[in-house]
Design a protein around this ligand. Structure first.
Ligand code: ZN
Length: 293
């Protein structure tokens, strides 16, 4: 059931990505057609003006109608305007050369990067809990805000889960690898054995067994996160034992957004306004990292 769910999510993500690429290509094609039509119109107008000049034999005007019609934006690509300055000297019968070459095509847009977002825990796995507040719920809320932030910035997103379902830890990186994600970001809340308001702050974990830039990703995420939210920056931490990092094959990190065991921080972490800010900060770190590539 879990794998079916993941397969479906993976297919949906690829579909959404493909739709985005097709939309971009279609838009480029429409722009190209508009440019060609515009050029043809300019050429036709010029020809008409030339013909009119020959008919009336009035040689002093420099086709005022032409420049009026095509205000401004045609100044650069009207190769025929010099013809207007011939002013009747040799109004020859030689046919005007009609440029037929198409304008240079617009450059093909680069494919969007695919970010795998992993809301920790879910379903039967509640994560750490306090006061009937479940870590899995805060993780998912933050992850969904993060998804929107990244999509608004033009990135494609693959959600390991986007509802309250159980997903085995080993299946998470496997799903991201199968989806061919470019980077992987897992969202969690931190906890201590006992409640303590003294321990607060965010930290980001990475594995160094691949030497693939995960440490840079982690550093960007923690720094950008702590610029947006007012909490202690506990820095980046290395471990090759966290399953979602250990079994990954792409730059990956795990964000501990704050401590559920701190009463003060817990209140913030379950507040949608704060969750949105957390997402913003993480997104800024991801964007900064992806801008390197
Ligand atoms: Zn957790």
């Amino acid at each position: 059931m879990d794998m079916n769910y993941l397969v479906q999510r993976r297919i949906n993500a690829r579909k959404a990505y493909r739709r985005k690429v097709i939309a971009t290509i279609a838009l480029s094609a429409i722009l190209l057609v508009l440019i060609v039509v515009g050029l043809i119109k300019i050429i036709m107008d010029e020809k008409k003006a030339e013909d009119a000049k020959q008919d009336t034999n009035v040689s002093e005007n420099i086709t005022p109608g032409l420049s009026g019609d095509n205000s401004g934006n045609t100044d650069n690509n009207t190769p025929g305007t010099s013809g207007g300055e011939n002013q009747g000297s040799i109004v020859s019968a030689t046919p005007e050369p009609t440029p037929t070459e198409a304008p240079t095509p617009t450059p093909t847009p680069l494919p969007a990067k695919l970010v795998a977002i992993d809301p920790g825990h879910g379903g039967e796995d509640l994560g750490s809990t306090r006061q009937r507040l479940y870590e899995k719920d805060a993780n998912l809320a933050i992850a969904l805000f993060l998804k929107k932030e990244l999509e608004d910035a033009g990135y494609a997103v693959f959600m390991i889960r986007d509802t309250d379902v159980t997903v085995e830890n080993k299946e998470r990186p496997a799903a991201a690898i199968a989806a061919e994600a470019d980077i992987y970001v897992s969202i969690h809340l931190n906890s201590l054995e006992a409640d303590s308001d003294a321990t607060q702050g965010a930290e980001v974990w990475y594995a160094d067994k691949r030497d693939d830039g995960s440490d840079i990703l982690a550093q960007y995420v923690i720094d950008e996160l702590c610029k947006v939210i007012d909490t202690r920056n506990r820095g980046i931490k290395m471990s090759n034992n966290l399953i979602v990092l250990k079994y990954n094959e792409m730059p990956a990190c795990l964000v501990e957004c704050g401590f559920i065991t701190s009463e003060t921080e817990r209140a913030k972490l379950f507040d949608p306004e704060y969750q949105q800010k957390v997402a913003e900060g993480i997104a800024n770190g991801i964007k900064k990292y992806l801008a390197l590539e």
